[in-house]
Ligand binder design. Structure first.
Ligand code: MF3
Ligand code: CO
Ligand code: CO
Length: 264
């Protein structure tokens, strides 16, 4: 069985990089308004990461990705490329995904933002995406078979008549952006890894209001729902602890504590 257990000093560094990524999402909140371009949002985050936090954007140049963050609007599932012609408008739902490197260690987190007043469906989709992540976080602890994470997410999402994107998964993270294990957001019993204290990975379900199928656009990055239905995603980087998990990318104002004790 392969699993990557982090040392104490690695965990210390991951706490810092996780917190830093979370702070970028907190900082950008007030700018998410109608009429701002995604290029401007990218620039504000870039400057904050580089100059204020003395960190590095993990996205910029990653397999040729041209910008510092991913911004995915409405039917864009993930990996949206910031662009000066892409302007936020009232009613949009927007995922901002922040991945940074500080002192050689990565932090990775994303959340949805509402632009002005949004539809009931949009809000419900975002709430179900966030709750699916929270439900998974509440069962994480040593001894849990990894497939249980995907199972709880899929069951909850599908019981709300939404669908789980299968093409992208959560991932181990540390000195590398993407490491073992693969964390699926749907049930696959072949995934027989068991969680251990000291593992660090992301959980990042992408869920669609319509069909689960997705398509990559000609730019080679932007992924959209095939049926053009809405998509939402939340992502946290977490550490498996003795009785639960620590949310390394926890933000103030989240309706879940940063340290979860998942006994019983
Ligand atoms: N942040 C994404 C993840 O959660 C990866 C983005 S890669 C990029 O794994 F190149 F598109 F930025
Ligand atoms: Co990730
Ligand atoms: Co991410």
């Amino acid at each position: 069985m392969i699993c990557i257990i982090k040392t104490k000093s690695e965990i210390q560094k991951m706490r810092i990089s996780g917190k830093l990524a979370a702070e970028v999402l907190e900082m950008i909140e007030e700018y998410i308004q109608p009429k701002i371009s995604t290029e401007d949002i990218n620039q504000i985050c870039h400057d904050y990461i580089i100059y204020k936090k003395k960190a590095i954007s993990a996205c910029l140049g990653y397999h040729g990705f041209p910008k510092s963050i991913c911004i995915s609007i409405n039917d864009v599932v993930c990996h949206g490329i910031p662009n000066k012609k892409k302007i936020l408008k009232e009613g949009d739902i927007v995922n901002i995904d922040i991945s940074i490197i500080k002192d050689d260690y990565y932090g990775d987190t994303s959340k949805m933002f509402y632009v002005g007043k949004t539809s009931i469906l949009s809000q419900r989709l975002c709430q179900v995406a966030q709750k699916s992540l929270y439900l998974a976080l509440k069962i994480v602890k040593p001894g849990l078979p990894l497939y249980k994470i995907g199972e709880i997410i899929q069951n909850y999402v599908e019981s709300n008549n939404f669908s789980v994107v299968k093409e992208y998964c959560g991932h181990g993270i540390g000195r590398n952006f993407h490491e073992e294990p693969h964390v699926l957001h749907y049930k696959n019993k072949e995934n027989n890894i068991v969680l251990e204290k000291g593992m660090i990975f992301t959980i990042e379900p992408m869920i669609n209001s319509g069909n689960a199928q997705v398509r990559c656009m000609k730019d080679g990055w932007t992924v959209k729902t095939k049926d053009r239905s809405l998509s939402a995603q939340y992502e946290h980087t977490i550490l498996v602890t003795e009785y639960g998990c620590d949310i390394l990318t926890w933000r103030k104002n989240e309706h879940i504590p940063p340290k979860l004790v998942n006994k019983n």
